[in-house]
Design a protein around this ligand. Sequence first.
Ligand SMILES: [Zn+2]
Length: 422
Amino acid sequence: MKRILLLAALLIPASAQSQTRLTENLTRQAGVRDAMAWIDANFERQVEEWIRITEIPAPSKFEQNRAAYVKAQLEAEGLVVTIDSIGNVIARRPGTGGGETVVFAAHLDTVHPLETNVTVRHDSAMVEGRKSRVLRSPGIFDNSASVANMLAVIRAMNRAKIQTRGDIIFIATVQEELGLRGMEFWLEKNPGVAKILVAMDGGLPAVNYGALGIYWTKYLFQGAGSHTNTSAGKPHPARALADAIRSIYTIDIPANMGGAVYNVGMLDGGKIYNGIPEEVSFTMDLRSVNPALLDRLDAQIDSAVMRAAAEHKVTWTKEKTLRNGAGGTEQSLAGRRNHPLIQTALDAHRFLGIDSRAVASGSTDANMGVVRGIPSIAIGRSIGGEQHTLAEWSEVDSALPATKMVFLIAVAMAGLAVPGSF
Ligand SMILES: [Zn+2]
């Protein structure tokens, strides 16, 4: 243990050593070691629970059954649990005082419709060069792994009688996949409560400390319509849509502004073969960490739509479905990177033997903290992939260090109440 700590300290750049709250002998405390040992010893039960959670369908807005399961588990651990009006499950683990309130958020919802077969399949596969146990099911990685990790951390803290100075608030959030709505709702209703926010979402080993801004827009083109026989030269919403999409995909994304991605995800419109449609639409998912670039591209897309509509003599409108702000580029967030939360998370990864990196991006519940100026990160739940598809999978054993990492960040940031007393 001591040798690992020393090694960890050597690997941390001098500038970061003063910022981290983990290496200050925390992992030598008996209580901390007890909790870590409990997580190890109970990992197979955690995996069973992870499967159980995954097999409770929970598409966004239909998280109630999964929420009820989580609430019962939290209550069994003696926590006071509430469900707010949007559906978030909130449990507060009181501190002894004198520490910061740390919020951990794991979203309950999935993108998969209620009727999706979510039965978990056991498998094995090569993952990062090692033969690994793998679980396959829609939602297994995003995000039931985090929900199971969170429950395991709470139980470990209770069994090891860990007391923190600051309160820890555990939230199983809803509607994350609809634009982080559950997290936004809680932060709006509880201003000033979260001093630190950790979203448990994403793959190991990245520590995301920024916010990928996300704009969802629906563009609609409208015209009078016409029978095909009399359609030549008439205003044509479908042709406007086609031209607009083609032109949007030629927009130049500047190389030095932090990058951006966009995607036309849905097309709709028209009812019959033999007529010009009266209305057609497409949706745009536009993303960048740079707020200026986000707005610039949004305006360029508008211009492309406007030109195409004019060309084909149709009207157009736009619906702003979602406007989640961007956190800033790597350069603009350089100061934030040194925050103890980020350095502690990196340190926890190192301590657990995981080669991590801090990334000024993220599209998780942490974004809602980043844009409000709350020190916020997202940390990985396991190694996995193909999320948001039916082929979603997760490696099993990587969830073990990911769980310990949550625990270490919790005690480091909320502060052990009586260090050395265990
Ligand atoms: Zn997620």
